[in-house]
Design a protein around this ligand. Structure first.
Ligand code: ADP
Ligand code: MG
Length: 504
């Protein structure tokens, strides 16, 4: 029974060291039944260590943990599970060689025994998969055949096969694309509706806004804030709590655009039926134009249409004086336009390929000598970019997927720079990038503008659009509501316009 008059979990002053390294230096956390409690923090803040303490993997050195009103006495993951605490780790711990059902009931008594037991197992696995909205996933499939997203579902089903009160998810979205994240959120909502608490670990602010009830922030092993309301705590405050820096320092100062800077990109009355209408704006060389709006307002489609990946039904895109052929990526790329997509993993990078292949991907023709790809030239061009963009690790042969989010973003930028692109369309350039590493990406984008590139940037974080751009287009429901210099509007102003636009 959950005692309703109290927190499910109370963590007070918890510390934990590893051979002299103090990973946790005093952590405070309260979790209520049925809430989604987000734990936010940069890499190394102590998030994974904290949840391993709660999961019974590590024993804390000091401090108090109260579980459901009683002292927390757990010395193994089995103990934690018996109390009703299940954990989904970053490195998913499902067994590839076993079936879905076998994975779910691994360690259960009912997993042993003959034929009838097998049938019961499969039936119960099917019920759990249904409860998670994945009834079509067969319990007899071998888990090794499944996508990362489906493995995660199996891991969740295993948690639910026990009578749990709390499920801890360590960066569950890191391996998921947009659609899979939506699905995960759906599952999370169903869990909390049945009274289960979710501790959700992430460093993505936009996810916290969507799924979180309250937030606890860790920095260098300490709690910098505990139980903040997810809906009303500002992004700048969260960044400050995570990094100790002010947002004002995070965004680089805008350089004045020279009075004679030519217009690089002109978008006129661009229309994609059902998505956006009569979108017009210009971007000068050296200027950053930001598109601010809510998810689904049409921002990504506008970028994709300028890039030629979608074909406008009306309107024109011009680079300098020449109009681009509608719906032709080739025409846009030849004119010097490059797009870095929102989904780096599925649309941009070839993860298993080395950095140099990814960087030179759009420049095959220049790299090919007598019909062969010249790997030496590719590596050498890549090394120049590695040093220009401070890409880490500085090894052209490293597979792209082994790099951090920020460095993967640099690969995509490098690809266009090698290609000679002068107009950069950046869709969510800091998605999946650690908050601490974001200011570096901001600095890089600002520098590329100062070098004469024209930049159009889309971000779901309004503060990011405002901090990064010279000019902001406020977009709602496929309409440009306003075009303003970014220093003449703030986050509230943008939201006001959107709300009024929605009411109109
Ligand atoms: P996060 O999950 O927030 O990225 P971690 O909990 O993984 O942070 O790490 C917190 C700190 O503890 C880091 O400095 C990390 O290097 C250290 N640490 C974590 N696990 C161990 C371990 N098993 N042995 C030694 N140091 C560790
Ligand atoms: Mg971690």
């Amino acid at each position: 029974m959950i005692k309703v008059d109290q927190d499910l979990l109370r963590v007070r002053g918890v510390t934990k060291s590893f051979a002299g390294v103090r990973a946790l230096k005093g952590v405070e956390l309260d979790v209520r039944p049925g809430e989604v409690h987000c734990i936010l923090g940069q890499n190394g803040a102590g998030k994974s260590t904290l949840i391993k303490v709660l999961a019974g993997v590590y024993r804390h050195d000091d401090g108090d943990i109260i579980w459901n009103g009683e002292p927390f006495q757990v010395s193994s993951p089995q103990d934690a599970l018996a109390l009703g605490i299940a954990t989904m780790y970053q490195e998913l711990d499902v067994v590839d060689g076993l079936t879905v059902a076998e994975n779910i009931f691994l360690g259960h008594e009912i997993a042993r025994g003959g034929f009838t037991r097998q049938a019961t197992l499969v039936r119960r696995a099917r019920e759990l998969m249904k409860r998670l909205g994945h009834g079509s996933l067969s319990p007899t499939t071998e888990v090794g055949q499944l996508s990362a997203a489906n493995k995660q579902i199996v891991s969740m089903a295993r948690a639910l096969s026990h009578d749990i009160k709390l499920i801890i998810m360590d960066e569950p979205s890191a391996v998921l694309d947009n659609k899979e994240v939506e699905n995960l959120f759906q599952v999370v909502r169903e869990l909390t509706a049945s009274g289960i608490a979710v501790v959700y670990i992430t460093h993505r602010l936009e996810e916290i806004r969507r799924i979180g009830d309250r937030i606890t922030v860790l920095k260098d092993g300490r709690t910098t804030a505990s139980g903040l309301p997810a809906a009303t705590t500002s992004t700048s405050e969260l960044i400050h709590l995570m990094t100790g820096r002010d947002v004002g320092n995070v965004f680089p100062p805008a350089a004045p655009i020279p009075a004679d800077a030519p217009v690089a990109l002109t978008v006129e009355n661009l229309t994609l039926p059902g998505r956006f209408e009569n979108v017009s704006f210009t971007v000068r060389a050296g200027e950053i134009v930001g598109l601010a709006g809510l998810v689904g307002s049409g921002r990504t489609e506008i970028l994709e249409t300028i890039y030629g990946a979608r074909r406008a039904s009306a309107g024109t895109v011009r680079v300098g004086d020449s109009a681009l052929r509608p719906g032709s990526v080739g025409s846009a790329v030849r004119a010097g336009i490059g797009l870095t997509p929102e989904e780096r993993k599925s649309q941009g990078l070839i993860g298993e390929q080395p950095i140099f292949v990814n960087v030179t991907l759009s420049s095959f023709e220049r790299m090919a000598r007598a019909g062969f790809l010249d790997e030496r030239a590719e590596r050498s061009v890549t090394r120049e970019q590695i040093s220009a963009l401070d890409l880490r690790p500085a090894d052209p042969d490293r597979p792209a997927m082994t790099l951090s989010g920020g460095n993967q973003q640099k690969i995509l930028l490098a690809r266009w720079l090698v290609h000679g692109t002068r107009i950069l369309l950046l869709d969510e350039p800091t998605r999946g990038v650690d908050v601490g590493a974001r200011s570096e990406i901001y600095g890089l984008i600002r520098r590329l503008a100062a070098e004469g590139n024209a930049v159009v940037v889309v971000s779901s974080e309004i503060e990011e659009v405002l901090g990064l751009s010279d000019t902001v287009l406020v977009i709602s429901d496929g309409q440009v509501l306003s075009t303003v210099p970014s220093d003449q509007i703030d986050e509230h102003g943008v939201l006001d316009l959107i709300m009024k636009g929605a009411a109109a």
